[in-house]
Design a protein around this ligand. Structure first.
Ligand code: PXL
Length: 453
């Protein structure tokens, strides 16, 4: 048995599709290692397409749930989401006050992403009058900011005016979310003195369900663990990026944010390193030393959503020729092969299903072997590389890979080049995953050995 080191409570709506509300909040708490409690305010009838109806729970039942949880122990922090109507807002404020809860994160949910009202008009008024004065952090989107502050947000500079109004209404800290702005999303933080603009890359072009709930609960989890407000916000923003990138489409409508994406990714990384280990054992057994070039070989295998070199596993000390054999001086790690990783990342931009690459020696016999195996081939000429790109360390292989793929309009099995001054000629074998890469390498090896024999 373990005793929880930190606990958090979410007071929010129930979303049967699991993408938002209580379920998203609980998953998020778990992802942070925070023990989660939940109080339901409303049963929404919805699927991934949209909200069909809402049935608010009676304020008495909300009160009973809250009291049962709070008399059992005070959570490290509380998050409120969909509250439904003025009676529930009033009840929640009264009980949180009675139990002297201070770390209250309020996600002022007013409309669903599909446009359904999730808080009554009088509920908005009670939220302004009673909930905002006990709010430690308010996390409105632009529309909610306008409704609660009465300030129209036409340009970024309007946000500080709105934030000042909300601070006057009693909110201690505010994070205005900019996700619905065109261009790069920028969130705006204000604590009454300090203001911060927090940038993030737009991760996807599509609308992902549940991001507001997940961001607010991620901040709540950080606060429950004793983090400062700015640290909790920054960490939550990183977290939401991964959760959006790992979004899952499970129905006919919008994809849903996946708060457990970071845990799934950890297990994907572990699984991939096991597979790469096994793969090189196979290559070792087949004595493929004859395929290794002067600069040695490397393998790159990217995560499903690989974006940076650190998302690609490879061998930091390469795969080294030792006569007919190969040796692996050090085990594979993520971020372990910059050059091959550049090729993997470029290939994945054209075809995300092709995630594995190995470079091998170039000679005309090996090209013949690849052709006889009916592999598709494309090549680039280093002499054609624009000067500007050549001076940028690391971008040559991206250019070579991309220009080869553009020439044949699909990702081929083989991309080769005949080298240049101080650049060894090279063949890169491309495959969907590490197992099919090994398959291709062994086919080449067998046929090449026959030619040499
Ligand atoms: O994303 C706002 C939101 C919050 N809580 C619940 C919801 C929604 C949106 O649909 O259903 C329960």
């Amino acid at each position: 048995m373990k005793t929880a080191t930190s606990t958090a409570l979410t007071v929010a709506g129930f979303d049967p599709s699991g993408g938002a509300g209580l379920q998203a909040d609980l998953k998020t708490f778990s992802a942070f290692g925070v023990s989660g409690k939940s109080v339901a305010t409303s049963i929404t009838i919805q699927n991934t397409v949209g909200v069909e109806a809402v049935h608010d729970i009676s304020p008495e039942v909300v009160e009973q749930q809250l009291r049962a949880i709070l008399k059992d122990g005070k959570p490290g922090a509380v998050k409120t989401g969909m509250l439904g109507n003025e009676l529930i807002v009033e009840t929640v404020v009264r009980i949180l006050r009675r139990y002297r809860v201070k770390k209250i994160v309020v996600d002022p949910v007013i409309y669903s992403s599909s446009g359904k009202s999730l808080l009554s008009e009088p509920g908005i008024q009670v939220m302004k009058k009673e909930l905002l004065p006990v709010t430690f952090l308010l996390t409105p989107n632009l529309n909610e900011t306008e409704i609660l502050s009465g300030v129209k947000i036409r340009q970024p500079s309007d946000r500080i005016r709105a934030a000042r109004v909300l601070i006057k209404m009693g909110v201690k800290n505010i994070l205005i979310k900019g996700g619905h702005l065109k261009g790069e999303p920028q969130d705006f933080f204000f604590d009454g003195k300090l203001s911060l603009c927090l940038n993030a890359d737009r991760v996807t072009g599509v609308n992902v369900h549940g991001t507001g709930c997940t961001l607010a609960s991620a901040i709540t989890a950080g606060l429950a663990k004793g983090k400062g407000i700015v640290a909790a916000v920054k960490e939550a923003k990183e977290f939401i990026g991964l959760a959006i990138m790992g979004a899952i489409k499970s129905g006919k409508g919008a994809p849903q944010v996946e708060p457990l994406a970071s845990l799934y990714q950890d297990s994907e990384r572990y699984d991939m390193s096991q597979r790469v280990f096994r793969a090189v054992e196979v290559l070792k057994d087949h004595c493929i030393g004859g395929l290794i070039p002067e600069v040695q070989s490397n393998i790159g295998f990217g995560l499903e959503n690989a974006r940076t070199v650190d998302d690609v596993i490879g061998f930091p000390a390469r795969i080294v020729k030792c006569g007919k054999n190969i040796v692996i001086p050090s085990p594979p790690i993520f971020g372990g092969s910059r050059h091959v990783a550049d090729i993997v990342l470029t290939v994945m931009q054209f075809d995300p299903s092709k995630r594995a690459v190995m470079n091998i020696k170039y000679n005309s016999d090996l090209i013949k072997v690849c052709k006889s195996l009916k592999f598709t081939l494309a090549s680039f000429d280093r002499a054609m590389e624009p000067k500007k790109i050549r001076t940028l360390e690391g971008s040559s292989l991206e250019w070579g890979t991309a220009s080869s793929i553009r020439k044949c309009s699909f990702v081929p099995d083989i991309i080769f080049d005949k080298g240049d001054m101080r650049k060894e000629e090279m063949i890169r074998v491309i495959a969907e995953d590490i197992e099919s890469l090994v398959d291709k390498i062994l086919k080449i090896h067998r046929r090449y050995s026959k030619i040499l024999a």
